[in-house]
Write a protein that binds this ligand. Structure first.
Ligand SMILES: Cc1ncc(C[n+]2csc(CCOP(=O)(O)OP(=O)(O)O)c2C)c(N)n1
Ligand SMILES: [Mg+2]
Length: 541
């Protein structure tokens, strides 16, 4: 029985366990969108702008482990999705992105909608391609899933011309093969790594989302404890270590290399794992490490190892398997003196932590109350930017897979991301914190939450400004000895007053403005009351 490509691709998605398509439709995708209606076990999540489609899919893929499927409309839809695809690429989100186009036979016409989709997608994807023959449609889609899911993961783009999908397709739909990459280096190299780290007097661990991707949170924590090493997140956007652990010190900056330099310059041994150095917007161009520092870098992503500065030992391997092996080797080889010194550093870490912030802001009161009232397994998307410090105090990463931030410096991720996460975990409470600035890039995602019955919760930290830009320009002035003066007017969002309660209500989302401490308890109760979307406009000015 021959079916057309339009049906065959859906059978292929189902064979891969893909049951959701996040998108925004157009005429050149009508063939497979029409076919989709015949599949009851397949859900099309309509978003009203392509940035939102990619953002919701990104959250869904991060919460499920991926892959997530995105449908964009030809060149115009792909164009709208590019910024969020950049975010997904930097964050290694496994997305399969498809876009229709009128057909191979119209190629020479250069008519309306014509665009080189593959060229557009290439810089923001791990791989981009176009199907041109009806006998290789499913083959190419399986390859897309495999590439998206193989570390370093990332978005993959496939252009699907309408005339190719209209043709009969007799390819079998079968699950894509995703190679296992849970590998540790040969024992000799693990011994070398242990020897470089064991006797350190001021050891340091720099870690990132590669830990979460390989599920290595426990192994990382045990190695940190064995070494008595401070741990810093670098380009960290998921839960890689309990944020309350005495050795967890926070995140290196996103903006300025000097912040990272101050953290790393004294370390005599550094373990870098599951991240890349250095990710700031203005990184140090010379190595910030001590000239005699012994540096071990472990990652499945060989491109990132020694990308910018030399390391002593680079190991292309899975963080989980390698850290487990390293733990065993350290336990075996560390001298009693090394162990005592490490234990002392761990105790000092414990003395450092504890105690509240003494912060009496509305934001702190809200975050504290939410932490008290929300379920233990609350899922948080923290796109709070200048609110992130306070949020990290009261709602730190605690459980693997329950805490998310944006990647690559992109804004507008919080609201769609929380919707994707809630779709993946309908039984959990999911709260997104975003800014007044950040929220406005993708606010129409609220309509998708209502349409699809996704009860995520949203908190807009509304300071009526692009406050982070104020802080960054102050640094710019300081570095150049420019006297402080008024911030550029383009950083100010005070006029018009963005009415988030009305905006939310206009899309069917109940909402409440919180301006006083006395309103915090009621707001938190209302937010947690039921499983419907709810928005809080929180005054953080
Ligand atoms: C898509 C995108 N556009 C612009 C920027 C530049 N940018 C960085 S921080 C920022 C301000 C964010 O404001 P808001 O979300 O209100 O957070 P706040 O700084 O006030 O805490 C802007 C516009 C960006 N990072 N991403
Ligand atoms: Mg703001």
């Amino acid at each position: 029985m021959t079916r057309r490509g339009n049906e065959a691709i859906i059978e292929q998605f189902l064979a891969d366990g893909i049951t959701h398509m996040f998108g925004n439709p157009g005429t050149v995708e009508q063939g497979f969108l029409d076919a989709l209606e015949k599949y009851d076990d397949f859900r099309y999540i309509l978003t009203l702008q392509e940035t939102v489609a990619v953002g919701v899919a990104d959250g869904y893929a991060r919460a499920t482990g991926g892959p997530a499927l995105v449908q964009l409309h030809s060149g115009v839809g792909l164009g709208n999705g590019i910024g969020m695809l950049y975010q997904a690429k930097r964050g290694h989100t496994p997305l399969v992105v498809i876009a229709g186009e009128s057909g191979v036979r119209y190629e020479a016409m250069d008519a309306q909608m014509a665009a080189d989709l593959v060229a557009m997608a290439r810089p923001v994807t791990k791989h981009a391609t176009r199907v041109t023959d009806p006998s290789s449609v499913l083959r190419v889609l399986r390859r897309a899933v495999k590439i998206a899911m193989t570390p370093p993961r990332g978005p993959v783009f496939v252009a699907l011309p309408l005339d190719v999908l209209d043709r009969p397709n007799d390819e079998p739909a079968q699950p894509s093969v995703i190679p296992h990459t849970a590998c540790a280096p040969v024992p000799e190299l693990v011994r070398s790594a242990a020897a470089l780290l064991a006797g350190a007097e001021s050891p340091l661990i720099l870690m990132g989302d590669g830990i979460a991707a390989s599920g290595a949170q426990e192994e990382l924590t045990r190695v940190a404890e064995l070494l008595g090493a401070d741990v810093w997140g670098v380009e960290l956007s998921e839960m890689c270590m309990d944020g309350r652990h005495p050795l967890f010190r926070g995140q290196l900056g996103h903006m300025f290399g000097e912040v990272s330099r101050a953290v790393v310059e004294k370390a005599d041994a550094v373990l870098v794992v599951g991240t890349y150095l250095f990710p700031e917007v203005f990184p140090d161009l010379v190595t910030p490490f001590r000239p005699d520092a012994r540096i071990v870098h472990i990652d499945l992503n060989a491109y990132e190892i020694a990308k910018n500065h030399p390391v002593t030992l680079g190991l292309m391997a899975d963080p989980k398997a390698t850290l487990a092996a390293l733990e065993g080797e350290l336990a075996r080889s560390m001298s009693p003196g090394d162990r005592d010194a490490a234990a002392l550093r761990l105790r000092r870490g414990a003395e450092r932590t504890g105690g509240g912030t003494g912060d009496d802001s509305l934001l702190a009161a809200f975050a504290q109350r939410l932490a008290e009232r929300a379920p233990e397994d609350l899922m948080v998307f923290d796109e709070g930017l200048t609110a992130a410090g306070v949020l990290g105090t009261y709602l730190p990463p605690r459980l693997p897979g329950h805490w998310f931030q944006t990647r690559g410096g992109s804004l507008g991720v919080g609201i769609p991301g929380a919707i994707g996460i809630k779709l993946a975990h309908p039984g959990k409470t999911v709260v997104a914190f975003t800014g007044d600035g950040g929220s406005m890039y993708t606010i129409q995602a609220l309509a998708t939450a209502v349409r699809e019955g996704v009860g995520a919760k949203f908190v807009v930290c509304n300071n009526r400004s692009y406050r982070l830009l104020d802080l960054n320009i102050e640094q710019y002035w300081r570095e150049r000895d420019i006297p402080l003066h008024a911030f550029p007017r383009s950083f100010n969002l005070a006029h018009p007053d963005l009415g988030f309660v009305d905006i939310a209500k206009g899309m069917g989302v109940e909402a409440m403005r919180v301006e006083k401490h006395g309103q915090v308890d009621e707001a938190v109760e209302r937010m947690l009351l039921d499983d419907r979307p709810f928005l809080i406009d929180l005054d953080t000015e």
